[in-house]
Design a protein around this ligand. Structure first.
Ligand code: GLU
Length: 448
C-alpha cells in the first residue's frame, strides 16, 4: 500500500486587494507542484479581518485564478471556520499548552480582556526551507505570545496553523515575507501536535529598481494585465520563469509542459525582477500559438468601429501580420489607433512635398518621373490579384536600379502621408488598387 501522503498545496490570499501578480505566481507554483504530483491545490480566503476585506476582491481573486487556468480543487473561507478555531483553542487551553491571561485592554486602561497566550517552550527552533535550507530561530524572543484576543477570537497565525493542519496541507509555498512568521506558526503547530508541512518561501518579485513592486512602478494586479490584452498563457509562462527555470534554454511553456517540468529544486534564491518588456515578448510568442483565424478575429474585435482599418485588414493578410508584429498588446494597438497612427486606412492623407522626397531630395523632375513610373508599374498589376507579392514584384526591379529609398520612400509616403508607416507593399495590398492609384496620382499632381 502506498503510505505517501497526497500532496496538497494552498494559496491563502486575503481579499484586501485585487489579485496581485505575486500572489498569482505563488498560486502558479502551488498549482504546478500539486498537479505534477497528482495532488490538490486549495484556495483559502483569509477574510477574518472584516475592516480590510471586501467581496469584490474575493471575486476578483477567484476570477483571476480561473482566467489564468489555475483551477483549484477546494475553496475555504476563514470567516466560515471560527467554530473550528475556537474548538482547537479550547483544547490547547485544556491541555495547558496555552493559557488565559487577564490583561488591560490595549486601547483602554480600565477595561480588562482575557487573551489567550501560548506557553512558549523557549527553545532554539530549526526548520528547513526548500530554498534557503536550515533556518534556526531563538523562540525566546517571542515570549508567550498572544494567539487569541479572547476565547472566541483567534488571531491570524493560529487560524493559519489550524487550517493548514486540518486541510492536510503538505507543502506551504508562499512569499519569503512570511519567513519571520514561520517560527511562531511552528510553535503553535507543535503545541497542537500537528505535523510540519514542508516550507518553501519564494523570493519576492521586484520592481526594475529592485525595490518592492508597487502601484507607482506599474501594474501589480492581474486584472490590469488582463485589461491590457495580455494572454493568460503568456502571463503564466512569464510568471513561471520569474524565480524558476527548467534547467534548460527552453523559454516557451504551455501549462501542461510546466506541470510536467516543474520541481521545487530549480527555484532561485534571489528576488526576480519583473520586466514588462519580457512579458510583452512572451505575449507575442504565445499569440503565435493561436490559430491564425481566431487571432485575426480577436484583432478585428479590438478595432470595432474603425471601418477603414477593418476594411484594410479584410483585404490584406499582410496588414494583419504587420499589426500583430508591431503591437504586443491590444492596449498598445488601440492607443496607436486612437492617436491616429493608422488614420491613412481611414481617410486620404494630406501630402507634404517635403516629406515625399527621399532624404529631402529637392529635384522635382526626378520625383515626378519616379512617381510616374511607379504609377505605370502598379497600373499593370491586375485589380483582382493586387497582392503584396504582386505589387512588390511590379516595382522591385525598378526600385533596385534607382536606389530603393528613392522609389519606396515616396511610394510609401504617398500612400500613408507619414514618415513612419507599414511598408508600401503592405499599404498597397491593404488599400486596394483603386485607392493606391488615387493616392499616387495625388502625389504626382503635386509635381505638375
Ligand atoms: N495571507 C497571506 C498572504 O496573502 C498568506 C499567508 C500564508 O501563505 O501563510 O500573503
Amino acid at each position: 500500500m502506498n503510505t505517501e501522503k497526497k500532496v496538497r498545496t494552498r494559496i491563502a490570499p486575503s481579499p484586501s486587494g485585487y489579485l496581485h501578480i505575486g500572489t498569482a505566481r505563488t498560486s502558479l507554483f502551488c498549482y504546478l507542484y500539486a498537479k505534477k504530483l497528482k495532488g490538490e491545490f486549495i484556495v483559502r480566503i483569509e477574510d477574518t479581518d472584516k475592516s480590510r476585506t471586501e467581496k469584490k476582491y474575493e471575486d476578483d481573486i477567484l476570477d483571476g485564478l480561473e482566467w489564468l487556468g489555475l483551477k483549484y480543487d477546494e475553496l475555504y473561507r476563514q470567516s466560515e471556520r471560527t467554530d473550528v478555531y475556537v474548538k482547537k483553542l479550547q483544547e490547547l487551553v485544556e491541555s495547558d499548552k496555552a493559557y488565559i491571561s487577564k490583561e488591560k485592554a490595549k486601547d483602554d486602561d480600565v477595561r480588562e480582556v482575557e487573551v489567550v497566550r501560548l506557553r512558549n517552550p523557549n527553545t532554539m527552533l530549526t526548520f528547513t526551507d526548500t530554498i534557503r535550507g536550515e533556518i534556526t530561530f531563538d523562540t525566546t524572543e517571542l515570549g508567550d505570545f498572544v494567539i487569541a484576543r479572547s476565547k472566541t477570537d483567534p488571531l491570524y497565525h493560529f487560524a493559519v496553523v489550524v487550517d493548514d493542519a486540518l486541510m492536510d496541507i503538505t507543502h506551504v509555498i508562499r512569499g519569503d515575507d512570511h519567513i519571520s512568521n514561520t517560527p511562531r506558526q511552528i510553535l503553535i503547530l507543535e503545541a497542537c501536535g500537528f505535523e510540519r508541512p514542508q516550507y518553501t518561501h519564494l523570493p519576492m518579485i521586484l520592481a526594475p529598481d529592485r525595490s518592492k513592486m508597487s502601484k507607482r512602478k506599474g501594474a501589480v494586479a492581474v486584472t490590469e494585465y488582463r485589461a491590457q490584452g495580455f494572454l493568460p498563457s503568456a502571463i503564466i509562462n512569464y510568471l513561471a520563469l520569474l524565480g524558476w527555470n527548467g534547467g534548460t534554454e527552453k523559454e516557451i511553456y504551455s501549462m501542461e509542459e510546466l506541470v510536467q517540468d516543474f520541481s521545487l529544486d530549480h527555484l532561485q534564491k534571489s528576488g526576480a525582477v519583473f520586466d514588462i518588456e519580457k512579458l510583452k515578448w512572451f505575449n507575442k510568442e504565445h499569440r503565435k500559438l493561436i490559430p491564425k483565424e481566431s487571432l485575426t478575429r480577436d484583432l478585428k474585435a479590438q478595432l470595432e468601429g474603425n471601418t477603414g482599418i477593418l476594411e484594410a485588414l479584410e483585404r490584406s493578410p499582410k496588414a494583419v501580420e504587420d499589426l500583430l508584429e508591431r503591437f504586443s498588446t491590444w492596449a498598445e494597438l488601440k492607443e496607436a489607433v486612437a492617436t491616429g497612427e493608422y488614420d491613412f486606412y481611414e481617410k486620404l492623407p494630406v501630402l507634404e512635398k517635403d516629406m515625399l522626397a527621399w532624404k529631402k531630395d529637392p529635384n522635382p523632375e526626378r520625383m515626378k518621373d519616379r512617381l510616374h513610373k511607379i504609377l505605370e508599374l502598379i497600373g499593370s498589376v491586375d485589380t483582382t490579384t493586387f497582392t503584396y507579392e504582386n505589387v512588390k514584384g511590379a516595382v522591385w526591379a525598378y526600385a533596385e536600379t534607382e536606389g530603393k529609398g528613392g522609389v519606396l520612400w515616396p511610394m510609401r509616403v504617398a500612400l500613408s502621408g507619414k514618415e513612419r508607416s507599414p511598408d508600401p507593399f503592405i499599404l498597397a495590398e491593404a488599400l486596394g488598387k483603386e485607392e493606391t492609384i488615387t493616392r499616387l496620382n495625388e502625389a504626382y499632381t503635386l509635381y505638375l
